[in-house]
Design a protein around this ligand. Structure first.
Ligand code: FAD
Length: 390
């Protein structure tokens, strides 16, 4: 095996940078092609425990500590009434500003030896055994292995290399998000993620980013937003002002300190997402939903699995199809656990709280910490799946 084999990585978000670091640990020579100049804004600030563990396995604990980010212990979920809330511990994890976190990741990948090209990949084509990338700076790159970590841009799908794409359950939702000062915090959940939900699929998040800055997101069905015919900032201000009692209790003295950003139609799934040395990682093949914050975990844990798959393809090329299949099977199984847990949460919020708190507390704790890879479904998950079938 040529241990200095180059691997081209499209995108320098968490999936791309973590893929590069995992490949470097295995002796490959990765090149990240990222279109944006970092630091750049990105949503997705709350990390799971398993995500942090995966970052620690990459030797990033000091770099994470240096971000001086708030440390979260879990998630508190509120319904309409202040007395109805439940807490799910998640172990030790972090709330991070993604601009800083993603820059740390990309810089670290470069420090360890990854090449970085700032350019946009315009075209991806296959020629015999290799993939050819055409960049918007006129450069053309070639390699046997390519990782598509292009996030919601889904480059390889858009180039017709993978498909079809299916709408996810939460596809027709829109998220509004901004940063705030003056959010009331309680000692018991000072740096935790707070989720407030009312009707099915209408919810808010509060993620503390520092002592006095909090990220707030509002998620509603697209139709609800269109009916109001308001600009995003007015819609968000209006909706937050009467969202639910527990939410309003925390926001009554709040001031918005950033513009309101939006994202819609972000939930999708591509069933086949690797072949012939081209692998999708992170959002480039699937995104379920932001609630309970699993996106960055999927990106960085899949990055470890993809590096393993590429190493195996080099060692036993005759079994390459098997290695591609293993990668998809393991990553799909983990995502399916979260898909089912979320479906159950919306279908039976109080049955969910009961399971998470009493009946299957240990198992739910593990799931919420993100320990969902290569695990056998426990009794709680089997019960969830059985009830979803009814
Ligand atoms: P990205 O982070 O999007 O990175 C992709 C990179 O590829 C980008 O930097 C882009 O510039 C680059 N790129 C794209 N196309 C090209 C091209 N053609 N050429 C070169 N470069 C290219 N996750 C959490 O874990 N916690 C949360 O709290 C959370 N909240 C969320 C809230 C909302 C509303 C949404 C929609 C998502 C949220 N997520 C959250 C999900 C999380 O943001 C993503 O899952 C995560 O960023 C995926 O990482 P990635 O590396 O796959 O993609």
């Amino acid at each position: 095996m040529n241990m200095k084999e180059n691997v081209l990585i499209i995108g320098g978000g968490p999936a791309g940078s973590a893929s590069a670091m995992n490949l470097l640990q295995k002796g490959f020579s990765p090149t990240i092609i990222e279109s944006e100049s970092f630091p750049r804004y990105h949503i997705g600030e709350s990390l799971t425990t398993e995500c942090v563990d995966a970052l620690n396995r990459l030797g990033l604990s000091e770099q994470l500590q240096a971000l001086k980010a708030p440390q979260k212990q879990g998630v508190r979920v509120f319904s309409k009434h202040p007395e109805n809330s439940f807490y799910i511990g998640a172990g030790d994890a972090w709330q991070v500003e993604r601009a800083t976190f993603d820059t740390m990741m990309l810089n670290e990948a470069q420090k360890r030896g990854a090449k970085h090209i700032q350019a946009k990949v315009k075209k991806l084509t296959q020629q015999t055994d290799n993939w050819i990338l055409e960049l918007d700076n006129g450069q053309s790159l070639e390699s046997r292995f390519v990782i598509d970590a292009s996030g919601q841009q889904r480059l390889s799908h858009k180039q017709g290399l993978f498909g079809p794409i299916k709408d996810g359950t939460y596809q027709h939702q829109v998220a509004f998000f901004a940063q705030y000062h003056g959010i009331k915090r309680k000692n018991s959940d000072q740096f935790d993620t707070l989720i407030f939900h009312i009707d099915s699929h209408a919810w808010c998040w509060m993620i503390p980013l520092s002592e006095d800055v909090t990220s707030i997101g509002l998620v509603v069905p697209v139709d609800q937003y269109k009916q109001k015919k308001l600009k995003p900032d007015l819609f968000m201000d209006h909706r937050l002002s009467n969202f639910s009692l527990p939410m309003m209790e925390r926001t009554k003295d709040a001031t918005r300190i950033s513009e309101v950003r939006t994202m819609s139609n972000y939930s999708y799934c591509i069933d086949e997402y690797c072949r012939d040395g081209l692998f999708c990682v992170g959002d480039s093949h699937r995104f379920i939903d932001p609630i309970f914050s699993f996106g960055v975990e999927f990106a960085v844990v899949e990055a470890a699995y993809v590096a393993r798959a590429i190493e195996k393809c080099c060692k036993t090329p005759s079994k390459a199809n098997e290695h591609h299949h293993e990668y998809m099977q393991c990553t799909t199984q983990a995502q399916n656990i979260i898909e089912d847990i979320l479906a159950y949460f919306w279908a039976h919020p109080w049955g969910f709280a009961n399971m998470a708190h009493f009946r299957h507390a240990d198992e739910f704790l593990e799931i919420f910490a993100g320990r969902i890879y290569e695990t056998e479904p426990g009794e709680g998950l089997l019960k969830v799946r059985e009830e979803l079938q009814q």
